[in-house]
Design a protein around this ligand. Structure first.
Ligand code: FES
Length: 88
C-alpha cells in the first residue's frame, strides 16, 4: 500500500495492494482519466511524476526511461516510495 498525491486535484488517495493507481484515482478525480488497454501496453494512461519513485510495470518504457522516472503508466505501474506525487 502507498499514497498517491494528485498535485492538480489537491488530494491524496491511498492505493491498496489489490487495486491500481488508475482505479484509486478514478474515485476522487471528476472527469475521465484517459485509459484504454489497462494492461500497460497502449500508453494512453501516461502521467507525469512530480515526486517519488515509480515501480514501472508497463511494457512500454525502456530501462533508461524507467530510470529517468519522469512519467508512468498508472493502469499497471505502482510506487516504490511510500508516497508518489503525480501531475493529475
Ligand atoms: Fe494502456 Fe495504461 S491504459 S498503458
Amino acid at each position: 500500500q502507498f499514497e498517491v498525491e494528485l498535485a492538480k486535484t489537491g488530494t491524496t488517495v491511498s492505493v491498496g495492494s489489490d487495486e491500481s493507481i488508475l482505479e484509486s484515482v478514478r474515485t476522487v478525480v471528476a472527469g475521465v482519466i484517459p485509459a484504454s488497454c489497462e494492461e500497460g501496453f497502449c500508453g494512453t494512461c501516461e502521467v507525469r511524476i512530480l515526486a517519488g519513485k515509480a515501480d514501472h510495470r508497463d511494457q512500454i518504457l525502456t530501462q533508461a526511461e524507467q530510470d529517468a522516472n519522469e512519467s508512468m503508466f498508472i493502469c499497471v505501474s505502482r510506487a516504490k516510495s511510500p508516497r508518489i506525487v503525480l501531475d493529475l
